[in-house]
Design a protein around this ligand. Structure first.
Ligand code: NDP
Length: 333
């Protein structure tokens, strides 16, 4: 048997925001699995800000997607054929399957999902790569201590909303930054002690009133103006965790900042970047802790699921930069 699969390939590297010239949508035939292989019918594709970085032909923590290659993507789906002893037809699995309807793979990096713990969508969000990012970024890189003051940007997104709730579970005072009244209202629902709507402007003023004594940990997902405001409002010994800088991912020239970096000296603070994959060996400990948090209600995962199949991928990816998502952004096939 073969499977007819639509897939999204990189046609041209974008300069600025990806557009229709960036992608080509093609059909291919996926053959029966060979020895040790399996075929996965992809059901949800994860939309990640990192995808924008993977389109640039630059030295990074992972090679860029090559021209003509299927776009790299985390995804979840169901095994429809298997010659691999570790996976049976009907298993729901996650892996880096790419933006396509059917993926032929050898089982490397494929994980069977326990749907009794959470639905597959959550395994791509709070219990997947974004959740691991929140957990290790906050606890290891941020060296979070109970009761500290934590500031997190893109706080209504996949990583940010998980950071917020982990910090709350540790008895911290948490200030969440997001764009727009609906998102900041949701931040309050999931436990934020104070919120900042960066789209209202005056971020530093809002931050000074939300955290008058400064912040111990700033978990930075956006860079730019919010990073500058955070640097201006640190406590002694603060840790600035550089997780991402989405505000600049589609900029054609390098950003000006960070303008307030001398605060690191004044407040004996540190600023550290990290890549979640470096913690891969330790994902099971985070999954175990966060599964318990979901079960006891201290962590409420949320996903925004777009419809439209693989053809909707180009537009769905742009949704991340427009902030269409609350929680993890996914595309349903
Ligand atoms: P999110 O779910 O947070 O989605 C992106 C959000 O960013 C949007 O919803 C939007 O929220 C916000 N945003 C978009 N454009 C801007 C802008 N110009 N200024 C401020 N905010 C903006 O994505 P993730 O949780 O998946 O990722 C969050 C960050 O973590 C990203 O920077 C990503 O690159 C990084 N990351 C890093 C990893 C690592 O290993 N270091 C691993 C995984 C993610 P709003 O409506 O509030 O503006």
């Amino acid at each position: 048997m073969t499977w007819s699969s639509t897939e999204v390939r990189l046609a041209q590297r974008p300069d600025g925001y990806p557009d229709e010239s960036t992608w080509s949508i093609e059909r291919t035939e996926v053959p029966d699995p060979g020895p040790g292989e399996l075929v996965v019918k992809v059901q949800h594709i994860s939309l990640d800000p990192a995808m924008r970085g993977w389109l640039n032909d630059v030295r990074s923590y992972i090679p860029p997607v090559g021209l003509g290659e299927v776009m790299r993507a985390f995804a979840a789906g169901e095994v429809v054929a298997s010659n691999n002893d570790d996976f049976a037809v009907g298993d729901v699995v996650s892996g880096v399957f790419g933006v396509r309807e059917y993926a032929l793979c050898d089982g490397q990096g494929v994980t069977r999902l326990d749907l009794d713990v959470a639905p597959a969508t959550t395994w791509l969000g709070a219990l997947g790569m974004p959740g691991m990012t929140a957990w290790f970024g906050l606890t290891e890189v941020g060296r979070l201590k109970d009761g500290e003051t934590v500031l997190v940007s893109a706080a209504a997104g996949a990583v940010g909303s998980t950071v917020l709730q982990i910090a709350k579970a540790r008895g911290c005072r948490v200030v969440g930054v997001a764009g727009g009244p609906e998102k900041v209202a949701w931040l309050k629902e999931i436990g934020a002690d104070a919120t900042i709507d960066y789209k209202q402007g005056g971020v530093l003023k809002q931050l000074r009133s939300a955290a008058p004594e400064g912040v111990d940990v700033y978990f930075d997902n956006v860079g730019g103006e919010v990073l500058d405001a955070a640097l201006a409002n640190l406590r002694r010994g603060a840790r600035v965790v550089i997780c991402g800088a989405i505000a600049g991912y589609n900029e054609q020239k390098l950003p000006e900042g960070p303008r307030r970096y001398m605060s690191l000296l004044v407040f004996r603070a540190s600023m550290t970047g990290f890549v979640v994959m470096d913690y891969e060996d330790r994902y099971p400990e985070a999954v175990s802790a966060m599964s318990k948090m979901i079960a006891d209600g201290t962590l409420t995962p949320r996903e925004t699921v777009l419809e439209g199949g693989v053809e909707a991928f180009p537009e769905a990816l742009l949704g991340l930069f427009r902030g269409v998502n609350t929680g993890k952004l996914l595309l349903k096939l």
